[in-house]
Design a protein around this ligand. Sequence first.
Ligand code: SAM
Length: 295
Amino acid sequence: MNGPKQSFGGSWTAEKLERLRKYLAAYVQIMKGRPWCEAFCYIDAFAGTGYNLPKPKDSPECESTLELLPELSAPDTVEFLSSSVRLALETKPPFTRYVFIEKNPSRAAELNALKHDYPELSQRISIHADDANARLRQICDSWDWKKRRAVLFLDPFGMQVSWSTIEAVARTEAIDMWLLFPAGIGVNRMLPGHGNISEAWCRRLDAIFGVPESDWYPEFYKTGEPDMFGVTPRMKTATITSISDFFVKRLKTVFDSVAEKPLTLATDSGTALYLLCFAAKNATALKIAKDVLKP
Ligand SMILES: C[S@@+](CC[C@H](N)C(=O)[O-])C[C@H]1O[C@@H](n2cnc3c(N)ncnc32)[C@H](O)[C@@H]1O
């Protein structure tokens, strides 16, 4: 493996990976004792390079994220070695299959090098240089899930995961989903105090919540009666907690087992970035996830 590379992400990055590591370790122990399950897979839909987290400032898709949260670009910069795909590859006993999706072609090509680092697993790894939403929906809708199960890790920089993808995941009734929901880095920043949200941001928020503006707006703003000039007073009421509660409520419309209290991942200075969320069909999975999510 290469030596340490400079990257972004401080203790929240380590925290996210440590929670994932704990869940994967418990998951494989349980699945190996279920002979009916012909395959238990690990799917990483925003896989990165496998060596390190890419610097967001080098990534065109992250420009909007950095506009929203410039704190990300500097203060928590650390030497960081691990990555979600490596954690999965190092989990023992191994998964039956590893699916890594990464849109950036050069990062996807770097993922290929993992086959040299883990030669005993190389036949089990498939890498897709694709959009996560499109490829995941295709996997969810075309695989036969009767005797297959999977853990899915969704670790986007920003607002990339569409609600329709989450619905496709839930429909399989076979995938345990971990998702970094961009409550602070995305949603909260897209809800300005004055309450006039641009058309483009409204459509992004519709896509991430899977409901129209008329459903999510009242969750985050209080509106009064129009004044004599016809102007409706608006007051932002959204907090990270109310965004979390609303998203958990949305997850519960499609999954049976949802962690009520996602873990807030924040910068060292306390700015909330993401919520680490968990949803699955299976109640046992939720029990383990709740343990993993304990603060
Ligand atoms: C936060 S990083 C993932 C980090 C990785 N989980 C780790 O532990 O190192 C997000 C990755 O998603 C990729 N990405 C961004 N948009 C994507 C999309 N629509 N589909 C697939 N991958 C995407 C980026 O190129 C980036 O490598």
